[in-house]
Design a protein around this ligand. Sequence first.
Ligand SMILES: Nc1nc2c(c(=O)[nH]1)N[C@H]1C(S)=C(S)[C@@H](COP(=O)(O)O)O[C@H]1N2
Ligand SMILES: [Mo]
Length: 188
Amino acid sequence: MVDVPGGALHGDVKKIYVLAAVMAVSLSAEAHSHSASKPEKFATSYLDVAGRVRHGGRFSISELKAIPSVTLLNFDIVSKHGTQRIRSLKGVLLKNLLDRAEIENGEWGGTKKMYIVASASDGYKAVFSWSELFNSPLGEGVIVGYERDGQEISDNEGKLVLVSAKDTFTGARYVKWLQKVEVRKISK
Ligand SMILES: Nc1nc2c(c(=O)[nH]1)N[C@H]1C(S)=C(S)[C@@H](COP(=O)(O)O)O[C@H]1N2
Ligand SMILES: [Mo]
């Protein structure tokens, strides 16, 4: 259990620490497993492109398939639990999608203050800076994926996902059940 620093706390205070620790552990266990019990209920079949763009809107999977695709080959989704190998993931480059939607820079240098939030239907979110996507090699590995190894991605993690294949720990920005990408700008 927890190691209370000093160890000289009064008994009741100690009990409160232990209780709080037990609650924290069970809450985080629940947070981690909420999508593990019935993952298919989070399946997504469209993507919203929103925020500071001129032509936002909702893309169905067939609309995404009409955009020139890229296929990422042989990369790993690395997490602290282990590694899953993806042999092939087909989809659309996120920066291509954003170019089509036309980011509104608003002021000189505006894009450099922008970031993109990718959100999933279970509430999971990952952030990219505009510069990472458009001014670094990392951007070539960030795709909205709709087909894995020649097949529709299973509802257990799809049908849409976002991956940043050039990350070190790819698990962190692997967004299962991708639902929305939103362009935002820091306020000052
Ligand atoms: N939508 C969504 N995507 C997510 C997660 C999540 O909870 N929800 N977990 C992330 C984490 S922490 C990791 S390591 C990878 C792989 O998670 P998995 O092993 O549960 O598939 O997916 C990532 N993508
Ligand atoms: Mo993770």
